[in-house]
Design a protein around this ligand. Structure first.
Ligand SMILES: Cc1ncc(COP(=O)(O)O)c(C=O)c1O
Length: 381
């Protein structure tokens, strides 16, 4: 029996991908008409746009005045690897991972940089015990595990007087979660995530201690030009004023500015956080009384408010992976949720992006469809 009654309402915007994420509400390409296309990014008009992007990022995220903000190549990956390649190796390092992207940074440290790292991992759905981490070492971690739906709840476990650097991949947290700047030395993200911007560029935020590391330490390995942030032992300050290392897309910059201006119009970071919280809340309210679906995050304190990951728990399901894929396919075929399947390396299930550009009404409208798709698939298996 596959002809279960379909839910009455549909999400107006079915885009629930965890990256690139939904554009801001009512987005239109016309909003990019002020992009200085065909002009040099080093001309006054280009430099002004890049500097504005940095200033508005600082304003919306509440980045301290003495932290540097740079726009760098290679999206979030570029920003993380730039930090790892330029700063690690000076002191022992701890690598923390609870999903596939964090595992990627472990591979970088252990197999590529060949660092003698302490590696702490947790299974999908959990994070490591932060109380066990030695923050006098450099520590690399992901704030929100996009593929596992778990996040660091707060910065309490990180000592203010640590000797090591904390290098934090915050790409699916920035703009949707509070980041404790005094506990973080390097923060990275890409525009394609919570603000629904474009990929390709990364943002790299450095504390004064991270800058001190860059100026006082030269790694043993060679650095490609796109990783180099110092010259003659001094920080290249221009990078953090909009003089990018290589050519950025001014179209992507304009798109980011549009999203930042939208965020400011809403009321800035508190409003963005409230939107993500409401979206994730709508998913969790729905699953709360269901015995066939559950949060992948085991501890509600670590449950993500952006990439909410769900698993099917009905013992009647025969092939867990096939079932979850089929449910996602049904949702996609109905045009109610695009790209909502779990990440390829993650446990089978669904992943509903709940970041700040997503409308709560759309999340709420999707929920009955998940039940419909689950029941339809159960009947068909
Ligand atoms: C936690 C995390 N780190 C890194 C990345 C890679 O980001 P990018 O493709 O922007 O380099 C992603 C992308 O989804 C991510 O979720």
């Amino acid at each position: 029996m596959t002809d279960l009654p379909i839910p009455a309402a549909r999400p107006e915007n079915p885009r629930f991908s965890s990256g690139p994420c939904a554009k801001i509400p009512h987005y239109s390409l016309d909003m990019l008409s002020d992009a200085p296309l065909g002009r040099s990014h080093r001309a006054a008009v280009g430099k002004a746009k890049l500097a504005l992007a940095i200033d508005q990022t600082r304003e919306v995220l509440g980045v301290p005045e003495d932290y540097r903000i740079g726009i760098v190549p290679g999206s979030d990956t570029g920003a993380v690897e730039m930090a790892m390649w330029t700063m690690l190796g000076q002191r022992p390092v701890e690598m923390l991972a609870w999903e596939s992207f964090g595992e990627g940074w472990v591979t970088d440290a252990v197999k590529q940089l060949k660092l003698d790292a302490t590696v702490r991992t947790a299974d999908y759905g959990k994070i490591v015990d932060l109380a066990e981490v030695d923050f006098d070492k450099d520590v690399v971690f992901t704030w929100n595990g996009t593929t596992s739906g778990v996040r660091v709840p707060n910065g309490d476990a990180i000592p203010a007087d640590r000797a090591g650097l904390t290098i934090c991949d915050a790409t699916s947290a920035a703009f949707a979660m509070d980041l404790p700047w005094d506990k973080l030395d390097v923060v990275t993200f890409s525009w394609q995530k919570v603000l629904g911007g474009e990929g390709a560029h990364g943002v790299l935020i450095l504390s004064p201690r991270a800058v001190e590391r860059l100026e006082s330490y030269t790694p043993a390995w060679p650095l490609p030009k796109i990783f180099r942030m110092t010259k003659g032992g001094k920080l290249i300050e221009g990078i953090f004023k909009g003089e990018t290392i290589n050519t950025p897309s001014m179209l992507a910059v304009e798109d980011y500015l549009v999203a930042l201006t939208w965020a400011q119009g809403l009321g800035g970071l508190p409003a963005l956080i409230a939107r993500a919280n409401a979206n994730a809340g709508a998913v969790r309210d729905f699953i709360a009384d269901k015995d066939w679906i559950a949060d992948l995050a085991e501890d509600p304190a670590t449950g993500s408010t952006t990439s909410v990951c769900l698993k099917f728990t009905d013992p009647a399901i025969r092939d867990g992976a096939g079932f979850a894929k089929a449910v996602a396919k049904r949702l996609e075929a109905q045009g109610v949720a695009l790209d909502a399947g779990a990440y390829r390396d993650a446990p089978a299930g669904l992943r509903i992006w709940c970041g700040s550009t997503v409308e709560t009404a759309d999340v709420a409208a999707l929920m009955p469809w998940i039940e419909w798709a689950y029941r339809s698939e159960l009947a068909a298996q």
